[in-house]
Design a protein around this ligand. Sequence first.
Ligand SMILES: [Zn+2]
Length: 221
Amino acid sequence: MMKKNSKPFEIILFGPPVSGKGTQAKLLATVLNIPHISAGHLLRLAEEDKSNPYHKQISDLIDNGQLVPSEIVNQMVKKRLAKTDCVKGYVLDGYPRTFDQVAVLEQIAGIDYVFLIDVSDKIVKARITGRRICQNNHQWNLQSSPPRVRGICDICGGKISIRKDDSLDKIKKRLKIYHEHVNPIIKYYKKQKKLITINGDQHIEDVFQDIVKYIIGEIRK
Ligand SMILES: [Zn+2]
């Protein structure tokens, strides 16, 4: 793979819920000194920005738990990628989610790496069902960061319980949506020989090391 382009780090990150995708994207962007561009964050900014022409529409859609139409997302991403801080590249997170978004990206970008942080459904379910929260929004995880006293928040002493959104039914639904949307796109990038699958069942730091090792290996080629 030739890596002599002027924008060497146009990167996409894919991963299921609780794969740590957002954290990895942030870390990677910091290390490479490029922006982390999260579609979800762009939508929240547009939602809060009353001067944005889509502000009301986006806000209504999000309130109703609906997906924001691709045209709007495409416009926001296009505008963001045109900013000067993207001269060396960027880490895209939460985009593309549909094939017309892929098509837009083909026009405006030359994607160099597509990472998939691969976490099995079984582990996603275990991670989510282990999450606990207290009434003051302090978060715990029975698997990865349990409180010292069982059932009690270390910080405020309040009782911890499972979040409503974390029921097994809801997790199954979220995973189904993820697979429906993302699997075909992942297949597409695999065909393009751009997909790099990273074992996401590991600890956050090991996942990150694997990503960085891959990029360094490519740069040295
Ligand atoms: Zn607490």
